[in-house]
Design a protein around this ligand. Sequence first.
Ligand code: SAM
Length: 221
Amino acid sequence: MIDVAVITLFPGFFSGPTGVGVVAKAVQTGAMDLSFINLREYGIGVHRQVDDAPFGGGAGMVLMPGPLADAIESRLDTHKVLLTPAGRPLRQSTLDRLAGYEALTLVCGRYEGVDERFVEEFVDEEVSLGDFVLAGGDAAALAVIEGVARLLPSVLGNPRSLDNESFRDGLLEEPQYTRPAVFRGRSVPEVLVSGDHGRIETWREAQRVERTRERRPDLLA
Ligand code: SAM
């Protein structure tokens, strides 16, 4: 069982997506304990303030270290991950590694980001969903939760479906086809209905290499 907690200003962001599919299954089967810590509850004063203007000037607001520190207090013995565009890009290998922890705490930034002293004091790892800027870390945390959930034993119907998927061997997956054999005049590749498993595997491997070369030459490099 992996224990995952999310520190966020918007716990409601997660209610739909974590109630369906592999995340719901992981929670229902006890493979994942998923909880949310509402940062607002740790805000200061009657207005539960969690952010303030940046020292040195500039646009926007920064999440103050105090409320974040109080919110993470009960999770100090977990692996603490801040979602931020300044982090290392999220890879399948990142998810494989994160799925191996007993307990994760995912910290979602908002506004212009998080006071760096909180990061220095509490954060073990910074992870980015990609080279773009979202309004908050919640979508990135959700990506981590779903990516981890599907790796947990007992969650996927057929664990072998993890074996051949994109990135496992450094390649993108080959194109997939199912019924009908002809759709709007387009037939599935002949080899896939040949029954010749050797030819099928050779074709799939060639497709994986070709797709990766075309779309993601950086993976081959
Ligand atoms: N000022 C920041 C910058 O230029 O890097 C962007 C802050 S962003 C508007 C607010 C929050 O969204 C961030 O603190 C982070 O938690 C989250 N966020 C935005 N883009 C992200 C990404 N690509 N990956 C992970 N988290 C992201």
